[in-house]
Design a protein around this ligand. Structure first.
Ligand SMILES: *[C@@H]1O[C@H](CO)[C@@H](O)[C@H](O)[C@H]1NC(C)=O
Ligand SMILES: *[C@@H]1O[C@H](CO)[C@@H](O)[C@H](O)[C@H]1NC(C)=O
Ligand SMILES: *[C@@H]1O[C@H](CO)[C@@H](O)[C@H](O)[C@H]1NC(C)=O
Ligand SMILES: *[C@@H]1O[C@H](CO)[C@@H](O)[C@H](O)[C@H]1NC(C)=O
Ligand SMILES: *[C@@H]1O[C@H](CO)[C@@H](O)[C@H](O)[C@H]1NC(C)=O
Ligand SMILES: *[C@@H]1O[C@H](CO)[C@@H](O)[C@H](O)[C@H]1NC(C)=O
Length: 289
């Protein structure tokens, strides 16, 4: 009883503050960005600003400050951080481009923009977690310039969102096979769970389809190949960034013709290799040369 009285009393103090000073609260929150910890700060969950929740000293290449041996999983987390910059920027661009009515006018729920913004916050938190997972003896890659091609088309953004979330679930699961440390595997698992929730939300709320894909996701044995697919969005990178993904096979990239298919499960698709300078050669009885 005493507990609930205290709780109600504190809420009575807090609620008017929230109501009267929403904008000011967002500004105050942003001022804490340099020291914000994912899991503790609202910047990575409920923050409602269009401006990035990341402080500027984290949205650039961070040089190594030590000269010792790299951490055991530094390469893994450099790859993941480079992938995360793609995903975070995808959402940050959407938060800046769209608003609630961009989605409601297409018939999507009136919470769609809010969810996209929350996912943006989560993805910013992932970038910080991956930065912190790289030891001081290795460089932390910075964001590149990206072109996602959705322009101001909210429908195209939502379609691409499912593609990006499926890719992220797939590489987070597959990359567990490359982790040396148990704690790294646990980090990948924890982040993969959150990405799966993002996709589950999109499938149920926006696309009104079953979110289930089967009893188990695939532990893809060559997860760097999935990471490499995200290079199709990259236009230029800071010169200090390491090769991404590393190692990179630079295999010919494949997409499918969008004409003549719904691309839904069970439908036929016709794939093709879109990089004219990077075409596969086939030989009977062998995989691509
Ligand atoms: C960013 O700034 C904060 C506050 O000054 C500091 O504690 C933190 O170490 C900085 N991080 C980087 C990567 O520079
Ligand atoms: C990081 O190191 C590069 C040289 O490797 C240097 O040009 C750059 O100014 C450094 N960046 C910072 C923020 O110190
Ligand atoms: C949402 O964005 C559109 C297009 O930029 C603009 O016309 C509209 O006023 C905005 N709506 C709100 C509520 O901000
Ligand atoms: C959002 O949509 C729900 C149901 O679809 C409706 O009950 C609610 O009033 C709407 N909220 C706003 C702010 O439009
Ligand atoms: C990882 O976990 C396994 C199983 O608990 C344990 O045997 C192993 O020592 C752990 N490895 C490291 C590097 O902590
Ligand atoms: C789709 O367009 C491409 C390029 O014009 C063509 O080669 C292909 O046959 C078309 N596919 C279908 C199913 O119409």
């Amino acid at each position: 009883m005493r507990f609930s009285t205290t709780l109600i009393a504190s809420m009575a103090v807090i609620l008017p503050v929230l109501a009267s000073a929403k904008g000011a609260t967002e500004q105050a929150l942003l001022k804490t960005a340099e020291n914000a910890v994912p899991g503790e700060s609202a910047l990575f969950t409920t923050y409602t600003g269009k401006k990035t929740p990341l402080a500027s000293n984290y949205t650039q290449v961070i040089n190594a400050t030590g000269t010792g041996e790299p951490g055991q999983d530094d390469l893994l987390f450099q790859n993941l951080l480079a992938a995360e910059w793609v995903i975070y920027t995808f959402y940050q661009q959407a938060v800046e481009t769209f608003n609630t009515s961009s989605f409601t006018k297409l018939g999507f729920p009136n919470t769609t923009y809010e969810r996209i913004r929350e996912i943006r916050n989560n993805e910013a938190g992932h970038a910080r977690i991956f930065q912190d997972s790289i030891s001081k003896n290795s460089l932390k890659p910075g964001p590149c310039k990206y072109s996602f091609g959705f322009g101001d088309n909210a429908m195209e953004f939502l379609a691409l969102q499912v593609y990006i979330e499926v890719a992220s679930q797939a590489f987070l699961t597959g990359l567990q096979l490359q982790a040396d440390l148990n704690v790294s595997r646990a980090t990948l698992m924890a982040i993969g769970q959150v990405e799966a929730r993002h996709n589950t939300w999109a499938l149920i709320e926006n696309w009104k389809v079953s979110p289930f894909s089967g009893p188990s996701d695939t532990t893809y044995p060559y997860a760097n190949q999935i990471l490499d697919m995200t290079n199709s969005f990259v236009t230029s990178c800071p010169s200090e960034n390491p090769e991404y993904p590393s190692p990179r096979q630079n295999l010919p990239q494949m997409v499918f013709w969008a004409n003549g298919t719904t691309a839904t499960p069970g439908s036929q698709i016709q794939p093709y290799f879109y990089q004219s300078a990077n075409q596969p050669k086939f030989q009977t009885g062998k995989e691509a040369l």
